[in-house]
Ligand binder design. Structure first.
Ligand code: RUG
Length: 831
């Protein structure tokens, strides 16, 4: 514990260069020649990009070192964000704006005949997350740095991030994501800080003499070990002198293990052992909301939290730190259930290694953890079979059992031995197999439990974790998600950023509430005209991007209707595609004159988990409908469908600023929050949405007139389900719905083959768990209102400007303030 050298103010630091064009050219050529080992004339685009990334690093480096030293020296209370996913997006532009270096770099490169825009395109984004949860973690670390909060992000350096999606005949095909292949200039490996992580084996009881007393202690005798090597990434705050650290762990075989096997001359076995160990950080699990019980995934979870706790204690605390005071120094924020195994790990460290009494250790542990739940779907709450957890982490299972025993005693005491309640709340589930409920463990251990939007937090309290909320009402709180305005407005939408800054100054970039000052501009015709110009230019930019990247042509002058998010039945991409089918059907059957249709381009972006068959079917349906619609001479004049493959942060940054209409159409009570919904509103798209997740707050803030609400509310949906939902009744009663579903069933979009989309049709008619059919008519009605509104460009852009002006609440800086006030109680460092 506490192996940190004492840090004093006088620790010498190299100072980063002052930004100037000549200076930048010098630094750049030095990187190109000395580090990249090439000359300008022979340098590939990748060489030039790598040299640029390294040059930009120079300008942030002394801030990073200073921030790190200040944290070590002053030992403030820190936030340690534990997350299995970080969906970072490209780093170059973010680093450039943080260091206020974009113009200098662009000019310097131009003087060497290089276009900055070309080098941007060379960067491969690290896709170390599946979707909203991972992107949220990336927004949060950005905001923490921008607000000078002492914080460290901990996670896994997956060698392969989220798969690359390709379409073959309209069906999703997954390919590995070789994101590290061309070099990764933003990371710093620190093998000297490697951590040993143990697995397997057994536990034993040993007797120790402590003074005059003989005490019995449990000891873990592990079966095998791996090493965790940390890679540090800079997390630069926006022009505030603070650069925090994101520390991602990579698994390696232990040296001793290798050597022993080598000594026996078994090279193949040594390589096998190495592969086995390194598999732990090989791939990101591609599930989102539907985790499958994979042993490797549990290994990953334990691996990264064991490394992170060890690292925090050994590297960030001073020599001899009294761990009783750990809650004064850190809050470990558990991002979903993935890192929850950190709870028994801290108990193990305190009890087994540090000799704490159980109660003392539990008090410290409870003071150090907080838990964020991100779901309402029961299948997304992780459970680990006792057999697996006991085999992989035998000591941790014992600790979990003891935590559970003591917790259930408390439940019995407070409930008068209500055994049904005890069974419901137990950390151990008995059916269908004995398993550890990680959400229960997290809730029992955490000082606070939060949901990610008001409605979500309320449903956690009232439904998912209701028994716990009754026992500990004060434990439950809400922190509505947010998104970083730096990446998703300032960087992604330079046109709008310029317009806003011209109107109200640039303070909004770090104080997004200031967007309120734009409200009067909504009534200024000239401002609205310029706002429309920006939107039109963003559509042109998108059209160029899709043509270059995917060979997809979209008209740049139609209403841009966008649905981008993971493919999941609860998110209801099916509802959107049924709307497209309905428009197609009306035009083809002559019931709707194309002249009366507001021309629109519907853009989808979505990856399906590779093992999620229905999601992949839906992707196939969207692409097949798209092909037929786009090929139809009359229909395609007013309706186009585009589905660029491999939706990622980079695509989002071009797509969202161009959107007119944001599709947020999940069944109410199923989407925890959503964060895409916030990005669209901030970029001046109007939402067509249900009363779900953060849509509720968006609508409240932007106003009913500037939002297209439809669909059942959560209590209504619950009542329909309670009464026995019969989707076929909607089909029978609604001829428009019937025609749309019949077209799909008849094979209109599958070359006449009825079998292709039969699983979708029969699922909708038979079960329809997410009530697509129940909400269909209401959705069509909302789309009619959308069309009417869009016909009046002036009124539409007024509503769009109001969306921007009233969405400042959705900054992740505000989310951080809420976490600080309600959960973390940490303070910013002085600039
Ligand atoms: O599905 C949720 C989104 O509603 C939410 O906005 C996001 C961030 O809070 O997290 C998503 N999520 C949930 N991703 N994985 C899970 C599984 O628990």
């Amino acid at each position: 514990m506490g192996s940190v050298a004492r840090v004093t103010e006088s620790t010498p630091l190299i100072t980063s260069p002052e930004p100037s064009v000549e200076g930048f050219v010098r630094e750049y050529l030095r990187e190109l020649n000395f580090t990249q080992g090439t000359v300008l004339e022979r340098a590939s685009t990748n060489d030039k990009y790598l040299a640029l990334a390294r040059t930009v690093r120079h300008y942030l480096m002394s801030r990073w070192m200073r921030t790190t030293n200040e944290h070590l020296r002053t030992q403030p209370k820190a936030v340690a964000y534990l997350s299995a996913e970080y969906l970072l997006g490209r780093q170059l532009d973010n680093a450039l704006i943080a260091a206020d270096l974009t113009e200098v770099a662009s000019e310097a490169l131009a003087s060497l005949g290089i276009d900055l825009a070309d080098l941007r395109e060379a960067e491969v984004e690290p896709g170390l997350g599946n979707g909203g949860l991972g992107r949220l973690a990336a927004c949060f670390v950005d905001s923490l740095a921008t607000m000078s909060i002492p914080a460290i992000g901990y996670g896994i350096r997956y060698e392969y991030g989220i798969f690359r999606q390709n379409f073959v005949d309209g069906w999703q095909v997954e390919e590995p994501d070789h994101w590290l292949d061309n070099g990764s200039p933003w990371e710093f490996a620190h093998p000297e800080h490697e951590v040993t992580v143990s697995f397997g084996g057994r536990t034993e009881t040993v007797t120790e003499q402590v003074g005059d007393d003989t005490v019995e202690r449990t000891r873990w005798v592990p079966g095998w070990k791996v090493l965790g090597v940390p890679y540090n990434y800079m997390v630069p705050g926006y022009r505030n002198g603070c650069v925090n650290t994101l520390r991602l762990w990579s698994a390696r075989a232990t040296h001793a293990f290798d050597l022993e096997i080598f000594n026996y001359g078994d090279y193949a076995e040594a390589v096998r052992a190495q592969t086995f160990a390194e598999n732990i950080s090989k791939v990101l699990y591609p599930e989102d909301s539907t985790p499958q019980g994979k042993e490797l995934r549990l290994q990953q979870q334990y691996f990264f939290v064991a490394c992170s706790l060890r690292d925090f204690i050994d590297q960030l605390l001073p020599e001899g730190f009294d761990l009783h005071r750990l809650p004064e120094r850190v809050c470990f924020q558990l991002n979903d259930t993935h890192p929850v195994i950190a709870v028994p790990e801290l108990m193990r460290i305190l009890v087994d290694e540090q000799g704490f009494a159980w109660d003392e250790a539990w008090e410290v542990t409870q003071g150090c953890f907080a838990y964020t739940c991100h779901t309402l779907l029961p299948e997304a709450l992780e459970v680990w079979p006792v057999e697996l957890l006991g085999r992989l982490l035998p000591r941790h299972l014992e600790i979990i059992y003891r935590i559970n025993d003591e917790f259930l005693d408390e439940v019995r005491e407070s409930s008068g031995d209500d055994e049904l309640l005890v069974r419901r709340m137990s950390i151990i589930a008995e059916h269908p197999q004995r398993a550890v409920r990680m959400a229960h463990l997290a809730t029992v251990a955490a000082t606070k439990v939060n949901g990610v939007a008001e409605l979500h937090s309320q449903l956690l309290r009232d439904k998912v974790l209701a028994d716990f909320a009754r026992l500990w009402p004060e434990k439950f709180t809400n922190v509505t998600n947010g998104v970083t305005p730096r990446r998703f407005v300032r960087l992604a939408n330079p046109g709008l950023s310029g317009l806003i800054t011209e109107a109200i100054g640039d303070g909004w970039v770090t104080d997004l509430d200031r967007l309120r000052d734009l409200e009067p501009m909504a009534d200024d015709p000239e401002f609205r005209r310029r706002f429309r110009e920006v939107k039109a230019a963003n559509k042109e930019r998108l059209a160029g991007f899709l043509e270059r990247r995917d060979g997809i042509e979209i008209p740049a002058d139609t209403m841009l209707d966008v649905m981008v998010k993971r493919l999941h039945e609860y998110k209801r991409q099916t509802l959107k595609i049924l709307h497209v089918v309905t428009l197609y059907d009306r035009i083809v059957s002559g019931r709707l004159d194309p002249e009366d249709v507001v021309p629109r381009t519907v853009v989808f972006g979505a990856k399906a988990a590779p093992g999620y068959a229905m999601a992949k079917q839906i992707i196939g349906l969207i692409n097949h409908v798209g092909s037929v619609v786009n090929a139809h001479p009359e229909v395609s004049r007013v309706l186009r469908v585009a589905f660029p493959a491999n939706y990622d942060v980079t695509v989002a940054e071009t797509l969202i600023p161009a959107a007119d209409l944001s599709e947020q159409i999940s069944l109410a009570g199923k989407e925890a929050s959503g964060t895409g919904n916030m990005k669209f509103a901030l970029n001046g798209a109007l939402t067509v949405g249900t009363d779900d997740g953060a849509n509720v707050e968006i609508r409240q803030l932007v106003g009913d007139d500037n939002f297209f609400l439809f669909g059942l509310t959560e209590p209504e949906a619950a009542a329909v389900a309670e009464a026995g939902y019969r989707p076929s009744a909607y089909y029978e009663e609604n001829p428009v719905l019937r025609r749309a579903l019949d077209l799909v069933a008849r094979g209109e979009f599958s070359g006449g083959d009825r079998r292709v989309f039969e699983p979708i049709v029969s699922n909708l008619l038979g079960e329809d768990r997410f009530m697509v059919l129940a909400d269909f008519q209401s959705y069509l009605d909302a789309q009619e209102r959308v069309e009417t509104a869009y016909r009046d460009p002036d009124a539409w852009s007024r509503a769009a400007v109001l969306n921007v002006a009233r969405s400042g609440f959705f900054s992740s800086d505000r989310s951080m303030r809420d976490y600080l006030d309600r959960i973390w109680h940490a303070e910013p460092m002085e600039a």
